[in-house]
Design a protein around this ligand. Structure first.
Ligand code: ZN
Length: 260
């Protein structure tokens, strides 16, 4: 009898020791912000069923906070916003690396680039799906106060590996609502003639792309890595041509975005 009472007491004590401390929440600091500093937009390059499988039960160890279905347009929350989803992988933007830790990820069901070699086309984002995406993006940005220069595509933060959400994603719609940074068209037109006369060298492009946010080589060479970064920039800001070649219009847009 004595021994069993002792055992019960020990259990109770152990329970107390392992329990959480009692918290007094009387005071709150004014000095804080959201852990979510970035919003990253993706396409799944798969249909809904396999996207859901990949992002929830698949063994690929990938996930996202949200999955936006195309038909019917539906937003699924797969990971709580306060927890880390695994969508960005090796990534960098504005000097911050490993964006999973500081971002919210949205995967949009969209097939991406499909078709036989030589005749590939990018899948469209249907209007009904985009309306749902826009509502979700607005809400996340507002609640977490995410800066316009930190709302990015996967291709921005991992241009060597990724092309999503691709050239069909209507970034301009986000720009029109002030949700992302965008080069003012009149400013671009004003600066364009000077760049048509004298194209900046690759050192200039690499410097400006880095200032804009990309991780890009700073070696003065138009190497494969630099071409991929240029293509990522063009895909977002001038989707009519994204060959990754430096040109006057790209220079003018970069100058407006990063210059004085
Ligand atoms: Zn992605």
């Amino acid at each position: 009898m004595k021994r069993s009472l002792f055992a019960v007491a020990a259990l109770v004590l152990a329970g107390c020791a392992a329990g959480p401390p009692r918290l007094d929440t009387t005071y709150t600091s004014a000095n804080q912000d959201s852990r979510a500093q970035y919003l990253v937009i993706h396409f799944t390059s798969e249909g809904f069923e396999s996207s859901l499988e990949t992002l929830t039960r698949g063994d690929g160890k990938v996930s996202s906070h949200y999955l936006v279905r195309d038909n019917p347009p539906t937003v699924y929350q797969l990971v709580d916003e306060n927890r880390r989803a695994w969508h960005a992988g090796a990534s960098s933007w504005l000097g911050q690396t490993q964006l999973n830790a500081a971002s919210i990820g949205i995967e949009i069901v969209n097939l991406g680039l499909k078709g036989p070699p030589g005749a590939q086309t990018w899948a469209e984002y249907p209007e009904a799906q985009m309306e749902v995406v826009m509502a979700l993006v607005r809400d996340i940005i507002k609640r977490h106060q995410i800066r316009p220069d930190r709302v990015v595509g996967h291709s921005d933060i991992a241009p060597q590996r990724k092309v999503d959400p691709g050239p069909r994603f209507p970034w301009k719609r986000l720009a029109d609502e002030g949700l992302i940074v965008w080069p003012d068209a009149a400013d671009v037109a004003r600066r364009l003639p000077a760049f048509e006369v004298a194209m900046p060298d690759i050192v200039w492009f690499q410097d400006r792309l880095q200032k804009h946010g990309f991780s890009v080589p700073q070696n003065g060479a138009l190497d494969e890595a630099t071409v991929r970064v240029l293509a990522a920039f063009q895909m977002k800001y001038r989707p009519s041509r994204y060959d990754g070649m430096p040109d006057a219009e790209t220079a003018a847009m970069l100058d407006v975005l990063t210059g004085p």
